[in-house]
Design a protein around this ligand. Sequence first.
Ligand SMILES: [Zn+2]
Length: 84
Amino acid sequence: MISTSKTSLPKMICSILGHRFMRSKQITTHIKEYKCDCCGKEVTTHTNGNVVPLTEDLKVIHQGLEQLVLRRSRKKARRLKATA
Ligand SMILES: [Zn+2]
């Protein structure tokens, strides 16, 4: 009897050769999101510097943080324009 495996080919390749993570998003200078080019696995850098899997909760936190950083940079740009 032949058993069918639910493991996809990209996941098998990554389990053998390792993931090929590419930076997908930079939230701050310290917090970045990475996505595997082959299987699509997403990870992020944790506050302690370790790399952890990117969960839905972390995605929401990163979106909020990204909006905060954008707002701050816009305020800073407006202040620079006003003083120039
Ligand atoms: Zn992978």
